[in-house]
Design a protein around this ligand. Structure first.
Ligand code: NAP
Length: 248
């Protein structure tokens, strides 16, 4: 990934932060994007001798995404890789009890956010001779379902549908689009879920053949691998990284 420019959304913490570290360690310039500008996270990488910069962007807001991508392209001239990772969880309730506001908020970030980012990343990559690679972060919940998470799970299924279709649209021109489907990963998002219901952790581990939760770095490695130019024939794939959870 030497000299490549990689955008990672939701890079302030968790999986996004681990992706930014992994891409930078692989030689790329990591562009850390988050709703609160991840200045310190980018500085940490630069202080470690890596290449990184931070931007503030709300992925649910088309204008904010357009502006951010255009500032990045003005500065760096290209986008070689993108990890569309920013996402939120909805409070856990049976479907009919999820409010319209919660539903719309989840769709705005978890689905429309990926749509917005992908669209402007693709429009830029089409202008570049070397094109590029995109990874969308779905979930094991993009393949299976969990009670009480109808809005989140529907969005994660949609991200896989979007990934597959866009991969077909752009594979022939050399833009590779794939998804990573994390299992339960120890990030602030998962910690919050466990904090609200401590029983959940025991129950989750019971159903994971690997016998533990995943680490953000394990998702970052999968996203990095899918973006590496040597993996040039992988398109429209949804890669489960879940310790075997979905084998059941
Ligand atoms: P996380 O720790 O909550 O981090 C998500 C980051 O995205 C946060 O920094 C958050 O900022 C940011 N963000 C939220 N809304 C945004 C917006 N509108 N625009 C830009 N940035 C925004 O989450 P994570 O656990 O690392 O999850 C990352 C991705 O993996 C998500 O798409 C999630 O659905 C998926 N995933 C996670 C797990 C898991 O077990 N952790 C499992 C399957 C899939 P704020 O904190 O300021 O809101």
């Amino acid at each position: 990934m030497k000299d490549k420019i990689a955008i990672i959304t939701g890079a302030a913490q968790g999986i996004g932060k681990a992706c930014a570290q992994a891409f930078a360690k692989a030689g790329a310039t990591s562009i850390l994007v988050d709703i609160n500008e991840p200045i310190d996270q980018a500085r940490e990488l630069v202080e470690a001798g890596l290449k990184a910069e931070s931007y503030r962007c709300d992925v649910s807001d088309k204008a904010s995404v357009m502006e951010t991508i255009s500032r990045i392209v003005d500065k760096y001239g290209q986008i070689d890789a993108a990890v569309n990772n920013a996402g939120i969880q909805t409070p856990q309730r049976p479907m009919a009890e999820i409010t319209d506001e919660e539903f719309e908020c989840t769709v705005a970030v978890d689905f429309k956010g990926v749509w917005n980012c992908m669209r402007y990343e693709i429009l830029q990559m089409l202008k570049q001779k070397s094109k590029g690679a995109i990874v969308n972060i779905s979930s094991q919940g993009g393949i299976t379902a969990f009670p009480g998470q109808a809005a989140y799970i529907a969005c994660k299924h949609a991200v896989i549908g979007l990934t597959r279709t866009a991969a077909m649209d752009y594979a022939a021109v050399g833009i590779r689009i794939n998804a990573v489907c994390p299992g339960v990963i120890r990030t602030p998002m998962a910690e919050e879920l466990i904090r609200r219901n401590p029983e959940v952790e025991r129950e989750l581990i019971r159903d994971i053949p690997a016998g533990r939760l995943g680490e953000p770095e394990e998702i970052a490695q999968a996203a990095l691998w899918l973006c590496e130019p040597k993996n040039s024939f992988i398109a429209g794939h949804a890669l489960l990284v879940d310790g075997g959870f979905t084998i059941h």
